[in-house]
Design a protein around this ligand. Structure first.
Ligand code: NAP
Length: 281
């Protein structure tokens, strides 16, 4: 692969033995939001490719993003690489929460991604009446068929993760994608300790609070000591936690580079303590 920067900041995915980058790329807003926007397709393909070249070859998308168009753009972008050089996460929306529909949705995502398999497939959000046992059976079927490699969830609390795991016979939940940032540390109360104990990867979404943390003066001040920016401090703080990876969305190359350079170094413990006092749970 044509890796421009190799920070070698890889983390194990769950207890699979497989390594993924500590920082990836989120794709909400790429190619549209709630509906497709085809105006900047070539631009987005370049952005996704650049992220991969910079070492952020963990790409997070969903069937819901731009109503499938984000997946299509990811599919186009990864054509420039060997399939095993990228790790693709996509998600099934609650509209498709039945055994048959979930399998159909995964196949439709695969088609839009124009690839042979999905690396990690997530239930996007829990719902109060989802047939979790049936959904986990469908997930295992997809693994057996080689359509997906790993099973995960998103926005699940500890009880729901436990319940989902209890319905799996051959596989396990390897990841839970949840909101986690310096300004939103709620998962440190129970979900993060549970994930670390059970070796389930936490995929931190909205890690920059939509860009607000990049403008944070206190973080910028800490960053000065390392020659790093506020955004890089915010991301590095996240990946300093065991079993946590982060998926910031970046729409310009400058941000991509900045985010990639949040890997490959670590904040010192005394700075982490200061930051955590400043941004309590
Ligand atoms: P985010 O990553 O915290 O913030 C994205 C915003 O930050 C964009 O406006 C981006 O601007 C800006 N940004 C990125 N890098 C920057 C930098 N180095 N300096 C300054 N600004 C920077 O928020 P998010 O998009 O909500 O979350 C990230 C991803 O998580 C999503 O794209 C999606 O894949 C995933 N997600 C998942 C769920 C779920 O339910 N599973 C929910 C929400 C999000 P530019 O675009 O101008 O670069």
């Amino acid at each position: 692969m044509n890796i421009e920067i190799d920070y070698n900041d890889l983390k194990e995915l769950g207890r699979t033995g497989e390594k993924i980058p500590a920082i990836g790329l989120g794709t909400w807003g790429i190619g549209g939001s709630f509906s497709p926007d085809y105006n900047r397709d070539d631009y987005w393909v370049k952005i996704i490719r650049k992220a991969i070249e910079l070492g952020m070859w963990l790409i997070d998308t969903a069937e819901m993003y731009a109503r499938g168009h984000a997946e299509e753009l990811v599919g186009r972008a990864i054509k420039a690489f060997d399939r095993e050089e990228v790790f693709i996460i996509t998600k099934v929306w609650p509209d498709n929460y039945s055994y048959e529909k979930l399998i159909k949705a995964a196949k439709a995502s695969l088609e839009r991604l124009d690839t042979k398999y999905i690396d990690l497939y997530l239930l996007h959000w829990p719902t109060s009446n989802m047939p979790l046992r049936e959904l986990m059976r469908a997930m295992e079927y997809l693994v057996d068929q080689g359509i997906i490699r790993y099973i995960g969830v998103s926005n699940f609390d500890v009880n729901l993760v436990e319940e989902a795991r209890s319905y799996l016979s051959r596989e396990d939940i390897v990841a839970n994608e949840v909101k986690y940032s310096l300004r939103d540390r709620g998962i440190e109360r129970d979900l993060l300790p549970y994930a670390q104990k059970e070796r389930i990867t936490v995929i931190a979404y909205t890690p920059l609070e939509k860009g607000a943390l990049a403008r944070d003066r206190n973080l910028a001040k800490i960053g000065e000591k390392y020659g790093k920016t506020a955004a890089q401090v915010a991301l590095n703080w996240l990946i300093s936690k065991h079993y946590v990876v982060a998926i910031p969305k970046a729409g310009i190359e400058e941000h991509l580079r900045e985010n990639a350079e949040a890997m490959g170094w670590r904040l010192r413990p005394e700075d982490i303590m200061w930051i955590e006092k400043f941004y309590p749970i």
